[in-house]
Design a protein around this ligand. Structure first.
Ligand code: T5A
Length: 209
């Protein structure tokens, strides 16, 4: 039986990585085999592209160059990891996917959505997640969480507040446009409540064995 493909999306520091860890444990306790992965990344090639994308000067790449690099990484990731796992019957939890390109390079970065849709179709045809959890958070709260880690800022964290406000709205717009695929989770809630909400959505939308 085909597995399921679940993506987690949202702005910086929304809590996706924390949530994915909790989801993996809970779904494995339900007897599922779960593959946890992330974008950009998930394969050696895609991790090498991640380094190009996240480091360096904020304006190092134009949004179109970024989109092409994200898709080069994404095709490698889908072909080598995501699709084989789903075909084995595993459930894949992926930290970010194509909606991040639509929000970061598209709505917030200024690349026309139709061009990104053409790129997606060229690269992956109609391949989309079974379910996308959009973890929504006030960008100021999310960025403060990332700063509290004391790590060097990525190129995207370093973009200004207008960019991060647009991002939040972009993810909410994606959820509103595709309610069958997407669900919005309140990322400002305590971590346990975020996990409970996400598990509720997964159970309602996809069921678990
Ligand atoms: N990107 C990516 C694009 O521009 N286009 C694309 O197509 C793709 C795929 C990736 C960057 O690339 C961009 C987007 C990103 O800028 P990344 O480092 O993977 O870079 O960035 P994020 O995915 O944003 O990862 P973060 O770690 O910054 O955020 P998370 O994963 O959402 O948050 P998380 O879980 O690490 O939590 C952050 C902190 O908050 C705490 C955690 O303990 C942690 O310290 N926390 C909470 N605190 C209170 N309450 C909660 N509910 C909490 N949940 C977590």
């Amino acid at each position: 039986m085909r597995g399921k493909f679940i993506t987690l999306e949202g702005g910086e520091g929304a809590g996706k990585t924390t949530l994915i860890e909790g989801l993996k444990g809970a779904l494995e306790r339900d007897g599922l085999t779960v593959v946890r992965t992330r974008e950009p990344g998930g394969t050696p090639n895609a991790e090498a592209i991640r380094e190009l994308l996240l480091s360096g000067d904020v304006e190092r790449w134009s949004p179109i160059s970024e989109a092409l690099l994200f898709y080069a990484a994404r095709v490698d990731h889908v072909e080598r990891v995501i699709r084989p796992a789903i075909e084995r019957g595993d459930w894949v939890l992926c930290d970010r996917f194509a909606d991040s390109t639509r929000a970061y390079q598209g709505a917030a970065g200024g690349t026309d959505r139709a061009r990104l849709d053409t790129l997606h179709k060229f690269a992956l045809d109609d391949f989309e997640p079974d379910l996308t959890l959009i973890v929504d958070i006030d960008p100021n709260v999310g960025l403060e969480r990332t700063w509290a880690r004391g790590e060097k800022e990525t190129r995207f964290e370093a973009k200004g507040s207008v960019f991060h406000d647009r991002l939040r709205q972009a993810f909410l717009d994606i959820a509103a446009a595709e309610p069958m695929r997407c669900a919005v989770i309140d990322g400002g809630a305590p971590a346990e409540a975020v996990l409970d909400a996400a598990l509720g959505v997964i159970s309602n939308r996809l069921g678990t064995p």
